[in-house]
Design a binder for this molecule. Structure first.
Ligand SMILES: *Cc1c(COP(=O)(O)O)cnc(C)c1O
Length: 374
């Protein structure tokens, strides 16, 4: 991709993702490795370039949401362990085996159905310790024992997921500690029954950030790997660096007389003369359509300019009156740094009432990737 001619693009700093991986790894217990969560195209960052760089940094395990994402990593040459976190249709068992993927067992019925396909599979058993999404209820020891006895399922790991580990509230902290206790109690019980426990994992990003190191084989980091918090403030315990910048271009700049309207619905109608910039990115690229109404801004020549009017599918209006030197072709930064200024993912997610995980993972495939420091 040639960014000199690109309309809009995602820029990923591979040095930053390497730094984040090493920083997170240093916060884990000895013997605990980082499992890089690269689902949803690595939260919009480009799963292959991210996974390739992480593999070079020594990351040996990856997690994806679905079979197709895992197969794409294998086709791209990624080795090591690839765990499918979501519930894959049992009929896809041959594909799971073909691509050498490890499948999550979502519950007993899923395990039974996977087993009955007659294809030997590597699996991790999900335990529900309180989130009530996927997993065999950790207290249902009979079900766990039955699953462990099924043919064709090679149980290589047991894991769980924390649902309030990002919260500082005392009741949430207690809930997380209860989830941890139930998890470790269940593992201990499995060991006394000589059931296969294998590789264990329970922390995601906020579990790494907010809990002491855990005696597990892996910690599954997603959002922290990309150097941002899910919501402001950015976690300060570890020096993480944002990986992604989002940029587009000024297509044209025009003068708007006082009282003239611009864009759909003529929704921007200033009462003083303005310079109006048209930017080459829109909601079909993954930006929230209501960003202008919520106070969204862009960076132009190191200065903040407000988004105005209604965002279009492929274009966006900005008021560039404050940057008189701006001219068509100028790079516009929607996310990231420009000169001394920065717009963070946390800032945009917060004004849109969402989390960075959603904002970033929706950045569309229409935006080519430019890799830096590869
Ligand atoms: C998405 C996901 C993660 C990663 O979560 P982050 O908060 O982004 O680190 C970890 N584990 C499971 C089961 C997930 O679904």
């Amino acid at each position: 991709m040639d960014e000199r001619t690109a309309r809009a693009w995602r820029e990923i700093d591979l040095e930053a993702v390497a730094h984040n991986a090493n920083t997170l790894q240093s916060a884990l217990a000895p013997g605990c490795g980082l499992m890089a969560v690269v689902k949803a195209d690595a939260y919009g960052h480009g799963a292959l370039p991210i996974a390739r760089r992480l593999e070079r940094e020594g990351v040996a395990a990856f997690a994806v949401a679905c079979l197709e994402e895992g197969a794409a990593l294998r086709r791209g040459g990624i080795g090591g362990e690839i765990l499918v976190l979501g519930c894959t249709s049992p009929q896809m068992a041959p594909s799971l085996a073909r691509w050498d993927l490890t499948q999550t067992v979502a519950d007993e019925a899923h395990g039974l159905a996977l087993s009955s396909q007659g294809v030997p599979l590597r699996v991790h058993l999900a335990l529900d310790t309180g989130m009530r999404r996927l997993g065999v209820p950790a207290g249902d020891r009979e079900a766990i024992a039955r699953l462990c006895a099924l043919p064709n399922l090679d149980i290589r790991g047991v894991f769980s997921h924390l649902c309030v580990s990002d919260s500082p509230l005392p009741e949430d902290r207690r809930y997380t500690l209860d989830q941890l206790s139930l998890f470790y109690d269940t593992l201990r019980w499995m060991k006394t029954r000589s059931l296969p426990v294998g590789e264990t994992h329970i922390q995601a990003s906020y579990g790494i950030l907010n809990l002491p190191p855990q005696p597990c084989r892996w910690a599954r980091a997603g959002i922290a790997l990309y150097g941002v918090g899910s919501a402001p403030p950015r976690p300060s315990r570890l020096p993480l660096r944002p990986v992604l910048s989002l940029r587009a271009r000024l297509a044209t700049v025009r003068s708007l007389a006082a009282g003239e309207g611009a864009g759909y619905g003529l929704a921007f109608r200033p009462d003083t003369p303005r310079r109006l910039g048209v930017v080459t990115i829109g909601y079909a690229d993954g930006l929230p359509r209501d960003l202008p109404q919520r106070g969204g801004q862009v960076l132009l020549r190191g200065r903040r300019c407000p988004m105005v009017g209604r965002m279009c599918m492929d274009q966006l209006l900005v008021d560039v009156t404050g940057v008189p030197a701006s001219t068509p072709g100028d790079v516009v930064t929607l996310l990231g740094r420009d000169g001394g200024a920065e717009i963070t993912a946390e800032e945009i997610a917060a004004i849109c009432g969402t989390i960075t995980n959603e904002l970033l993972s929706r950045l569309g495939s229409r935006l080519p990737l430019v890799t830096r420091n590869g």
